[in-house]
Design a binder for this molecule. Structure first.
Ligand code: ATP
Length: 658
C-alpha cells in the first residue's frame, strides 16, 4: 500500500471533467486520464474531515476487494491541490435515483441488480469484510446493454469479521432504515448485510421500505414488527424477503451466495408467468398523475394550427433564426430538394427550393445557410445576401448550392452553429481521420472549397455521428465490433507519433475485445481530450440544449432512450410509453414521436411532461423552431398526401421550465 502513496506531483495525471457528488468527507469528480483517456472517479479526501487512519482503513478494504460488482480503487493520486482516491467510474448514478425515478426498471432488471449486489457481498464476506451500510445510495450503476450493473461502494464504515471479537461489538453507525436488529446493539455479522439487501429488495419491488419513521420508531420496528409484504409480490420472492428479514441473524440465509441462489431460483421458476418485464414497483399507483405526465390527449383546438399541404414527403426538417432580420426559417429536405420556408408556413418566398443531384440524407443548419449531406458529399446551400432595403424576405431565400466536399467513403459531418467551421470524420482502409475545415459560410467564400485547418488520425473506423458540442469542442461516435482493434492497423507508429506530436496527444483506449460505442472528444484544433467505450450501441444521437447533453436510442431497444451528459459522464435510461422513431431537441427539453402519431415531451432532466396525439399518424419529420420555443413543426405523409403542421405547444398548458 505504501507504494501507492506517491509523492505529490505538480500536475495530476487526470483531467477533472466535473463534480458528480459530495459526500461527508469530500467531493467526488469524474476525470479522464490525460494519456489513456480512461474515465475514472476521483474522491477528494479532505485532510481535516477525513483523518488519515480512517482514510487508510477504507483504502485497505478497497484495495483488497477487486470484483466487478464492487467499486474498486485503482490508485491514490497526490497532487498540489490535494489527495484523491482514484476509483472505477459508475456513469449511471446510484440505485436511489433509479428507485425514485419511477417505472424506469423492469422486474428482471431490478432483480438482476440485487443479484449483482449479492455477488459483490459474497466476495467481500469471503475476504472477511462486512460492509455495514448497504443501502441504495451506496449501490452505484454502470451501463450495460438494456440494463445496469450494480457495484457496491462506500466501505467507509465497513468492518472486518475478526474485529467483531476484538472491539466488543461497538459499531452501531449506519442508516436506520436498512439496519438489521442486531446492528442497533452494535453487533454486526455478514447476515446484517443480507438483511439490508432484503430491505432494498422490498423497496425495489414495492416502492416503499418495509418500515418507516424516526430512528427510534425504525429501531423498534426492526426489532419487533413482522414485515407485511403486499400480495402483488410473487410468492417465490416473498419467501426470499421473509428469510432475509428474519430478526435473528442465524435464521437468515447462511451466506450471500445462498441468498443469490434463492433469488435466481425464484426468477427462473416463479416469474415465467410473464411478470419479467413488469415495471417496478409492482404495487399499482393510485394516481396515474404520479407517473409524471398526463394520459394521452389530442392537441386541440385543431384550428389554431398552421398547416401547409405537401407535394412529396419530407424526411428532414431543421429550423434556425436568420441573423440578418431575426426571422425564423425552416429547412426542408424532400428527396433531392432542399427548400426553405418562412417561419409562418403560409407565406412562402417565390423561389424557395434548390434541387441537388442526389437524395439529401441529412441537413446541418447554421445562421447563414445549411449543409445538405448526400451519399456523394457535402453541399453548401447559402442564403441570399441581405439587401438593405428593409424587405423582410431578404436573406431568407436559398441562393446557391455547391458541392463543397466530394467524399466517397463513409463519413459523418458536423457544423458549428456559427457556420465558421465544420468537421468531417472519414474512414479509409481501417483508418479514421478527423478533419476540421473553415472558411465555410464567410462572405466571399460561397461555393469555394473550404480550407482544411487540421487533420488528425482518430480511432473511429466506423463513424456513426459527429456532434459539434460547442464553439470549440466536438464528439466523434463510432461503432466498435467485438474484437476490433483501436490502433489503426494501417498507421505506422512513426506516423501516429508524428500526428500526436503535431496535434498534441491523441489518447488511445486499450484495444482488447471491446464492443459498443466509442466516444472521442476533440477540440476544434484536433486535440483529443478523452475517449471511452460504452458497452452499448447508440443510434439516432441528438444533441440537447444543455451543454454536453445528448439523447440517443440504444440499438435493439424500443421503449427507452438514453439521456447522456458527457461532462461529467452521466447516463440515464428513460423508459417511455411510446416507441420513438423521431426525436428533436429544444431549449426546454425533447420531443419524441412514434409512427402512430403519438408525441412524448421530456424536460431537460428527461422527465416526461406530456404525451399527446398528433393531428395525423405517419409522422415523417419533426423539429422545434428556433424562433419560438413552444412551436413544433411536424410533417405527415400517407396515401400520397401530406401536411406540414406548425403546432403551438402552449395549448397543452404545460409549465415549460428551462
Ligand atoms: N465511483 C463513483 N462513480 C460515480 N459516482 C460516484 C462514485 N463514487 C461516488 N459517487 C457519487 O458521489 C457522491 C458522493 O459519494 P461519497 O461516497 O463520497 O459519499 P456518500 O456515499 O454520498 O456519503 P458518505 O460521505 O456518507 O459516504 C454520491 O452521490 C455518489 O453517487
Amino acid at each position: 500500500m505504501t507504494k501507492l502513496l506517491v509523492a505529490g506531483s505538480k500536475r495530476s495525471k487526470y483531467r477533472l471533467l466535473g463534480l458528480v457528488g459530495q459526500g461527508q468527507f469530500g467531493k467526488v469528480y469524474c476525470a479522464s486520464h490525460r494519456q489513456t483517456g480512461k474515465i475514472v472517479a476521483m474522491k477528494s479526501l479532505d485532510r481535516h474531515r477525513f483523518p488519515t487512519h480512517k482514510f487508510l482503513r477504507e483504502l485497505r478494504f478497497l484495495l483488497s476487494l477487486q470484483h466487478e460488482n464492487i467499486v474498486s480503487c485503482q490508485s491514490l493520486e497526490h497532487t498540489a491541490t490535494g489527495r484523491y482516491l482514484v476509483m472505477d467510474y459508475c456513469e449511471g448514478g446510484n440505485l436511489r435515483s433509479l428507485i425514485d425515478g419511477q417505472s424506469s426498471l423492469t422486474l428482471t432488471q431490478g432483480l438482476q441488480l440485487v443479484i449483482d449486489v449479492l455477488a459483490g457481498l459474497d466476495h467481500a464476506h469471503r475476504q472477511g469484510i462486512i460492509h455495514c451500510d448497504i443501502k441504495p445510495e451506496n449501490i452505484l450503476l454502470s451501463v450495460q446493454p438494456t440494463g445496469w450493473r450494480a457495484r457496491i461502494s462506500d466501505f467507509g464504515i465497513a468492518r472486518l469479521v475478526q474485529e467483531m471479537y476484538e472491539d466488543g461489538f461497538s459499531n452501531n453507525t449506519g442508516s436506520p432504515a436498512y439496519m438489521a436488529p442486531e446492528r442497533f446493539y452494535g453487533q454486526y455479522f455478514p447476515a446484517s448485510d443480507l438483511y439490508a439487501v432484503g430491505v432494498m429488495l422490498f423497496e425495489l419491488l414495492v416502492g416503499v421500505r418495509p418500515f418507516s419513521g424516526t430512528p427510534e420508531e425504525l429501531m423498534s420496528a426492526h426489532l419487533n414488527r413482522p414485515v407485511q409484504i403486499p400480495a402483488s409480490v410473487p410468492p417465490s420472492l416473498q419467501t426470499v424477503i421473509v428469510t432475509a428479514l428474519r430478526k435473528l441473524p442465524a435464521r437468515r440465509f447462511p451466506d450471500a451466495a445462498a441468498m443469490l441462489k434463492a433469488l435466481q431460483t425464484a426468477i427462473s421458476s416463479g416469474l415465467e408467468s410473464g411478470l419479467a418485464s413488469t415495471p417496478l414497483p409492482l404495487e399499482p399507483l393510485e394516481d396515474p398523475a404520479e407517473m409524471g405526465f398526463d394520459p394521452p390527449r389530442a392537441i386541440a383546438p385543431f384550428v389554431s394550427l398552421q398547416q401547409q399541404p405537401l407535394q412529396q414527403p419530407i424526411h428532414q426538417l431543421a429550423t434556425q433564426v436568420t441573423p440578418r432580420n431575426g426571422t425564423g426559417v425552416t429547412w426542408v429536405a424532400s428527396g433531392t430538394l432542399v427548400a426553405i420556408h418562412r417561419a409562418d408556413l403560409t407565406e412562402l418566398p417565390n423561389r424557395n427550393a434548390i434541387s441537388l443531384p442526389e437524395t439529401v440524407q441529412q441537413l446541418r443548419v447554421c445562421t447563414q445557410g445549411c449543409l445538405a449531406v448526400t451519399q456523394r458529399g457535402i453541399y453548401g446551400v447559402f442564403l441570399e445576401p441581405a439587401v438593405p432595403d428593409g424587405n423582410p424576405a431578404s436573406g431568407t431565400t436559398p441562393d446557391v448550392a455547391r458541392l463543397l466536399l466530394p467524399l466517397a467513403t463513409a463519413f459523418q459531418v458536423g457544423l458549428a452553429p456559427s457556420g465558421n467551421w465544420m468537421a468531417t470524420v472519414t474512414s479509409h482502409q481501417g483508418i479514421g481521420k478527423l478533419t476540421i475545415w473553415d472558411g465555410l459560410f464567410e462572405i466571399g467564400s460561397w461555393g469555394k472549397i473550404p480550407r482544411q485547418r487540421v487533420s488528425v488520425s482518430c480511432q473511429a473506423t466506423q463513424p456513426t455521428h459527429l456532434l459539434v458540442l460547442d464553439a470549440h469542442h466536438l464528439a466523434v461516435l463510432s461503432d466498435l465490433r467485438a474484437g476490433s482493434s483501436l490502433q489503426p492497423p494501417g498507421a505506422s507508429d512513426a506516423e501516429t507519433d508524428l500526428l500526436d506530436h503535431r496535434f498534441a496527444v491523441a489518447p488511445r483506449v486499450p484495444a482488447t475485445g471491446l464492443a459498443g460505442t466509442l466516444i472521442e472528444i476533440y477540440t476544434r484544433r484536433g486535440n483529443c481530450l478523452g475517449s471511452w467505450v460504452l458497452p452499448i450501441y447508440l443510434e439516432q444521437v441528438l444533441l440537447g440544449n444543455r451543454p454536453y447533453q445528448i439523447l440517443a436510442k440504444e440499438r435493439h431497444t424500443t421503449h427507452s432512450v438514453l439521456l447522456i451528459d458527457l461532462k461529467p459522464l452521466r447516463i440515464q435510461r428513460l423508459c417511455l410509453t411510446i416507441q420513438p422513431i423521431l426525436m428533436t431537441s429544444m431549449v426546454w427539453g425533447y420531443a419524441l414521436a412514434d409512427t402512430a402519431g403519438q408525441l412524448m415531451l421530456l424536460d431537460l432532466r428527461g422527465q416526461p411532461v406530456a404525451q399527446v396525439q398528433a393531428p395525423k399518424p405517419n409522422i415523417t419529420a419533426i423539429a422545434l423552431t428556433g424562433l419560438n420555443p413552444y412551436t413544433l413543426l411536424l410533417s405527415t405523409w400517407g396515401k400520397a398526401q401530406g401536411m406540414l403542421y406548425q403546432i403551438d405547444l402552449r395549448q397543452l398548458e404545460i409549465d415549460f421550465l428551462f
